[in-house]
Design a binder for this molecule. Structure first.
Ligand code: 5RP
Length: 226
C-alpha cells in the first residue's frame, strides 16, 4: 500500500469510530494536513448525520466548506466530543510532535477542548523517541532571535522556517537534533520562553486513541497512564 492509501485507511477508520456516536447536534474538531484531509473527505459522505465542525486552520475550514460542512467558531460551541488530527511523530505513550503544517497552536487549542483526541497516522510516524522530526515552535516575530538563543541553551538547533507565516501571524522555528526523552518537561520549558506562542509537543495533552495505518491493516492503540 502507498503512504496515501494508509492515510486514507486511517481517515476512514476514524469516521467508522465516530459514526455510531454522532448526533444531529454533534460538532467535530478537525485537524490539518494530508491525513486530516482524507478524514474530511470520508466524513463528508455523512454530513447529514452531524451539525458541523471546528477547524484547526484556515486550510481545513476551506476544505470543510467545499464539502458543504458548516464550520463553527470554537467560541460558539459548548464543547467537542471528538478531535481528529494527524501527527508528524507519535510514541507509544501517544505523545506527539505536530506542526509540520504550521497549524500547531490552533490544533493544540482544539485538542484541549475535545473530550477524545483521535490521532490518525501512517506507520512511518511511530517512533521510539520523539525528536527525529524537527520540533516546530510558533514564535512572535519580534522574539525570533531571543527564542532561538534560548532553544540553543536547551540543546536544540533552531532553524527559521523561511516564508511561513502562521494563521495567527507568527513565525515558526523548527528545532533539530533533539532526542526528546522527557516530552512533557520539554513542552513546559519551551512554553516558559518569553515570545513562544506554542510548541508542537503534545505531551500534556496527548492523543487518547492512535489509529496507525499499516500494511496489515489499521492498528488501534489507546493511551495508558505512565
Ligand atoms: O501537525 C500537523 C499540521 O500542523 C499535521 O497533523 C502533521 O504535519 C501531519 O501532516 P500529514 O498528515 O500531512 O502527514
Amino acid at each position: 500500500m502507498t503512504q496515501d492509501e494508509l492515510k486514507q485507511a486511517v481517515g476512514q477508520a476514524a469516521v467508522d469510530i465516530l459514526l455510531p456516536q454522532l448526533e444531529d447536534k454533534s460538532v467535530i474538531g478537525v485537524g490539518t494536513g494530508s491525513t486530516a484531509n482524507f478524514f474530511i473527505d470520508a466524513l463528508a459522505r455523512h454530513k447529514g448525520n452531524f451539525e458541523g465542525a471546528v477547524a484547526s486552520s484556515e486550510a481545513t475550514a476551506q476544505r470543510l466548506k467545499q464539502h458543504g460542512i458548516p464550520v463553527y467558531d470554537l467560541n460558539s460551541v459548548a464543547g467537542l466530543d471528538f478531535y481528529v488530527d494527524g501527527a508528524d511523530e507519535a510514541n507509544r505513550h501517544l505523545e506527539l510532535i505536530k506542526g509540520g503544517g504550521a497549524a500547531l497552536t490552533r490544533e493544540k487549542i482544539v485538542a484541549a477542548v475535545a473530550r477524545t483526541f483521535i490521532c490518525i497516522a501512517d506507520e512511518s510516524k511511530l517512533v521510539t523517541t520523539l525528536g527525529e522530526f524537527p520540533l516546530p515552535v510558533e514564535v512572535i516575530p519580534m522574539a525570533r532571535s531571543h527564542v532561538a538563543r534560548e532553544i540553543v541553551k536547551l540543546g536544540g538547533d533552531p532553524v527559521y522556517r523561511q516564508g511561513v507565516v502562521t494563521d495567527n501571524g507568527n513565525v515558526i522555528l523548527d528545532v533539530h537534533n533533539m532526542q526528546i526523552h522527557d516530552p512533557r518537561g520539554l513542552e513546559e520549558q519551551l512554553n516558559a520562553i518569553v515570545g513562544v506562542v506554542c510548541n508542537g509537543l503534545f505531551a500534556a495533552r496527548p492523543a487518547d486513541i492512535l489509529l496507525l495505518g499499516t500494511a496489515e491493516g489499521v492498528q488501534r492503540m489507546e493511551r495508558t497512564a505512565h
